[in-house]
Design a protein. Sequence first.
Length: 348
Amino acid sequence: MNEFWKERVILGAQKKMRKYPYLKGIITLYLTVLLLVFYIWNGLVSNTKKLVSLAVLLVFFTISCSFCAPMFQGDMEIEQQVFTEHLETEVITLATEVEVPEAEKAVEEEEVLPAETGVEEIINPEAEAGDDIDNYSSDEILANYDPKDLELPEEESGEASADDWKLLLVNNRHPIPEDYEFTLGTIRGSLQCDERIIPEFMSMLQAAKEDGIDLEVCSPYRTLERQEMLFDKKIKRYMNRGMSYMDAYKLSARVVNVPGTSEHQIGLALDIYTDSYKTLDEGFEKTAAGKWLRENCSEYGFILRYPKGKEYITGIEYEPWHFRYVGRSAAQEIMERGLTLEEYVEGL
C-alpha cells in the first residue's frame, strides 16, 4: 500500500458520493475502514509517527459513528412511515376495485359488505343503519307551521363569546361537556334538534322552497347510543376487509365522529340533502341544493361545518351536506372568511 493507492481510493469514493448522494453515509463509512486499514499497515511497517496518526484516525472514526447512527436511524424511520402510508393507501385503493355481483347484494350485510371507495367516498352512516329514519320534504315539514312563524326571527344581540351555546366547539379534541344540557324540539316525526335553532331552520327551508330548492333533513339529533352504533358499524366494515382494529378505528374517525364528540348529539348539526340527490357524498356540492346552501346558509345562522381543504383542522373529511348552527353573525363571518369553527373560536 502506498500514497498513490490511498489517493485513488479517496477519489473513487468522492465520485461515488457525487453519483449516489443518498449513499453518502455508507460510502463514508466504507472509506473510513479502508483508510484505517491503510494507516494500520503503514504504522506497523513505519515508525512511531504513523502510530500517532493511527490514534487520531481512531478518534475520528469514533466521532463519525456517533453522527452516522442518528442519520441512518432517521432515514429508517422516514422510510418506515412512507411505507406505512403507502400500504394504507394501497389497502383502500384495492378496496375500491372490489365489485360486488348483483346476486350477492341481496345477502345480509354481516356476510357481504357493499363496495366502498375509502375515505374519499363518504357513505352516509345513517343510511347504513337501516330504514328507521323519517324522511320528509320541505312541503311536508313546513305544512305544520303557520306562514307567519316562518319569518326570520330577530337575532339576539351581544358580542361573540366562546362560552356561547351557539359556538360550543365539539370535535375529537373537545368532547361534549358532561354537564351540557339543552331542550329538544321536533322538526317533524322523529326528526329532532335543539329547539332554539328551529325557527331559523324553518325560515331557511321556506326561503329555499321559494327559490325552487327542496331540502330534506336525513340526520339531525342523534343519541349517544345511535352514535356508538354508527361508529361501531363503520369500524366493523373496515375490519371485515382485513384491517386491524386500530387502523379501522383511525379510518372510521375520519368519517364518523367518535361517540361523545359529535355535533349531532347536541342538536346543533343537520345533514341535509335533496329529493333528487339523496347520496351523501362530494357530488352533493354540485347539486342546486348544495350550491344554494353554501351561498345562503349563513343568512340563517348555519355554516358548512367540514369544508374542503380544512380536514387537517377539523379532523373530518369534506362533507358538503353537514351544516352546523352558530348564529347569524358568526355564520356570516365564518363563511365570508372561509374559516372553520375551530379557527373562529380560537380567534375569540
